[in-house]
Design a protein. Structure first.
Length: 184
């Protein structure tokens, strides 16, 4: 564990303020759920909680099914990282932090379909990603209990591929199913 050199006191209601620098570094936003637990040494540990991360096995199976059915790279993200990926770039996407562009796409609450052949500029999925490699993509936010909690993403690196109504409907259906799983 890293020492930060920052000390905070607990107030009379048992609250402690997480310093802004740490919130910014860990991308903790107001309203984000935190998991609180202790270890054997008596340390209190705060961890960002990802409801989608809790259903990683389901998400992996789902992205694999999307990949087999559509033939496109498929991934599911939460608001911080890619929690499941299938297809040729699985190792490049899985468990990587999402980009600021992807965060904005999720926060926008609208399905985005981008085709380079139509002059569109691809969205960078992860912080390490090169969006120039994608020729087409569909990004559909997952909205559960009225809040955007992640996205279903279909990607292609093949020339001549254009994503249209079919891919949009499949991504929206997948996002709806994941959202309903989260609400149960």
């Amino acid at each position: 564990m890293r020492a930060t050199g920052i000390v905070r006191r607990i107030d009379e209601l048992g609250r402690v303020v997480i310093p802004k620098e740490i919130r910014r570094t860990l991308r903790i936003r107001e309203g984000d759920p935190l998991e609180i637990y202790t270890d054997r040494d008596g340390e209190v540990i705060l961890k960002k909680y990802s409801p989608i991360g809790e259903m990683t096995p389901f998400a992996k199976d789902y992205t694999e099914s999307l990949f087999r059915a559509m033939g496109h790279i498929a991934c599911i993200t939460d608001r911080d990282q890619v929690v499941a990926a299938s297809g040729s770039t699985k190792k490049d996407l899985f468990d990587k932090p999402i980009s600021r562009e992807m965060e904005s796409a999720i926060a926008g609450r609208q399905t985005i379909a981008i085709n380079k052949s139509g002059g569109g500029k691809a969205v960078t999925v992860t912080q390490d990603d090169d969006a120039n490699g994608y020729t087409a993509q569909v990004i559909t936010p997952i909205i559960a209990d009225g809040e955007p909690i992640g996205a279903v993403v279909l990607l292609s690196k093949e020339n001549g591929i254009k994503m249209g109504d079919t891919e949009i409907k499949v991504a929206e259906t997948a996002a709806g199913i994941v959202a309903r799983q989260m609400e149960q």
